[in-house]
Design a protein around this ligand. Structure first.
Ligand code: TMP
Length: 238
């Protein structure tokens, strides 16, 4: 597959065309941002880890009935994915209070919920990804009713699969962000990434943070946390 022109550059990834119009190439960078790009930095080796972790998780999910955009891992940082049109919603599932949930509702971090929560943000950097509900998403024509129902079903299924997967690796899955896309025939598939950039992972015993919160909150040992998650998920050293 031939790599062609760059179509898009995001904060953590670049997307290239290939000679197959239905297939794109994603390249993972070490760049890290937080607070809608206000905080910038580099997490050395992050791109290679997030590429492998994302692809591993997408394959786990496919086996459990969650369709994804994954096609083939090409090398450390490059992966082929199905071309989708991204539904401009960030879908956030939470199992334990943390981050913006704790802040918005004035509760401590670490409260284990009886049931997972779901929330949507309108994916729009200029507006700072505002929180919206399903009715707002319909009003803004971001997705149809049927698409939102399917996205919710797939997001909760992803949570069940991932919660069990991480529990077996002594990690509590606190919360995570998903993005979905439409294939050319309209099928909804899981897209973007699943990595320490987009999930909160706490060690089940020590409750140590093993994710991007180490960068967001200047906790130190950022690279080590990403390496530790690679080891727990895939069983290999970075
Ligand atoms: P939050 O508590 O800041 O709302 O974050 C919830 C989850 O979503 C957390 O696992 C981090 C992830 N996330 C992203 O992947 N991208 C983002 O831009 C933000 C704000 C959060």
């Amino acid at each position: 597959m031939e790599k062609k022109e760059m179509l898009y550059e995001g904060k953590a990834k670049q997307v290239f065309a290939t000679d197959d119009p239905e297939v794109l190439l994603v390249h993972y960078k070490d760049d890290a941002t937080a607070f809608n790009g206000l905080k910038k930095g580099t997490i050395t080796g992050k791109g290679a880890i997030n590429n492998r972790v994302t692809n591993f998780m997408m394959q786990v999910l496919e086996k459990e009935g969650v369709p994804t955009h994954f096609v083939e891992e090409l090398n450390e940082r490059d992966t082929l994915v199905k071309k989708v049109s991204i539904v401009p919603l960030e879908v956030i599932i939470r199992n334990i209070s943390a981050g913006s949930f704790a802040k918005h509702y004035g509760v401590e971090e670490g409260i284990v919920f009886d049931e997972p929560t779901i929330e949507f943000s309108y994916k729009n950097d200029e507006l700072g990804d505002p929180l919206i509900n399903e009715y707002h998403a319909l009003a803004l024509k971001l997705a149809t009713k049927a698409e939102i129902a399917r996205i919710k079903e797939l997001a909760f299924r992803t949570n069940e699969v991932m919660k069990k997967f991480f529990k077996e690796r002594k990690v509590d899955l606190v919360d995570f962000k998903l993005e979905f896309g439409r294939l050319s025939d309209g099928t909804i598939v899981l897209a973007d990434e699943i990595s320490p950039d987009t999930c909160r992972f706490w060690d089940s015993e020590t409750h140590d943070k093993l994710d991007k919160d180490r960068f967001r909150r200047d906790l130190g040992n950022v690279e080590d946390a990403y390496k530790e998650m690679l080891k727990r998920i895939i069983g290999i050293e970075a």
